[in-house]
Design a protein around this ligand. Structure first.
Ligand SMILES: Nc1ncnc2c1ncn2[C@@H]1O[C@H](COP(=O)(O)OP(=O)(O)O)[C@@H](O)[C@H]1O
Ligand SMILES: [Mg+2]
Length: 252
């Protein structure tokens, strides 16, 4: 089992779209895949047409009163399951804070799923909170979408600093470009400088594209309504690069 958290301090950068589309790509390639919608807004649940509600809410979940298995729903896609969001997740920080070891809780919850899934994608809410810290402990990899703007650069640097200050040495941060408009000189310039300064950033980039934006209308992963486009090719390339990075990490 590999836990991939799709995470950024910022909102609206393509976390949910990436989590849903990468999970769909992984599942299509035969990997047993789960998306856990941790955002009370429930966007990834919405894309899978599944009600953002779980019995007992975040409180019972963190208290260990429900096993995740019983809350997981199948999606319309083979090998692809969803653990839906719940509006009560807006209070997850408080619920976690009441526990003895708040940041260990997600990892503990995911442990029993190790045999069932090859990949678990955590669709994270924006922010850097106690829940984020629990995500950092649970995840093997932090996939962070970066829109090529100056503000995104700043948040990436904040995240890197946080990882360093908190000695999260086991966590592999993999940034990649999201919502890229190559017609914009600023996007191209920022990408060039970021590639030069950050060796780890992925080469595959997700374009700003109307077929991706349409997910909200279609309510399914991109691959569910588009066979092949520049966008599907970009997600496939991104997935292959992530797989290669995972294999590299395992053999290191
Ligand atoms: N590559 C893209 N091209 C065009 N629109 C996109 C792209 N990625 C995401 N969007 C749109 O931008 C908005 C925010 O994306 P989302 O994936 O929900 O970001 P986050 O989860 O980081 O808040 C959504 O309306 C989504 O449809
Ligand atoms: Mg989201």
């Amino acid at each position: 089992m590999n836990v991939l958290a799709v995470y950024s301090i910022k909102g609206g950068v393509g976390k949910t779209s990436s989590a849903v589309n990468l999970a769909h790509t992984a599942a299509r390639n035969g990997f047993r895949t789960l998306v856990w919608d941790l955002d009370p807004q429930g966007a990834s649940s919405y894309y899978f047409r599944i009600k953002p509600k779980i019995k007992g809410g975040g409180k019972d979940l963190i208290a260990g009163k429900r096993d995740l298995d019983g809350l997981i729903k199948g999606t319309d896609f083979e090998n692809l399951d969803l653990l839906p969001a719940d509006f009560s997740f807006r209070n997850l920080d408080l619920v976690l804070d009441a526990k003895k070891k708040p940041t260990r809780q997600l990892k503990k919850l995911l442990k029993p799923l190790a045999e069932e899934y090859d990949f678990i994608f955590l669709d994270c809410p924006p922010n850097i909170s106690l829940l984020s810290e629990a995500v950092f402990e649970a995840a093997d990899i932090l996939l962070s979408p970066i829109i090529p703007t100056t503000l995104s650069l700043r948040t990436l640097e904040q995240l890197e600093q946080f990882i360093e200050d908190n000695e999260l040495n086991q966590l592999v941060l993999i940034p990649f470009f999201s919502m890229v408009d190559r017609r914009k000189k600023m996007h191209r310039d920022i990408m060039d400088s970021l590639v030069a300064s950050h060796a780890g950033i992925l080469t595959a980039a997700i374009p700003y594209a109307s077929d991706i934006e349409r997910m909200g209308l279609e309510r399914m992963p991109l691959g569910g309504y588009i066979k092949k486009s520049l966008s599907t090719v970009a997600y496939d390339a991104l997935w292959l690069e992530i797989l290669a990075r995972i294999n590299q990490t395992h053999s290191a």
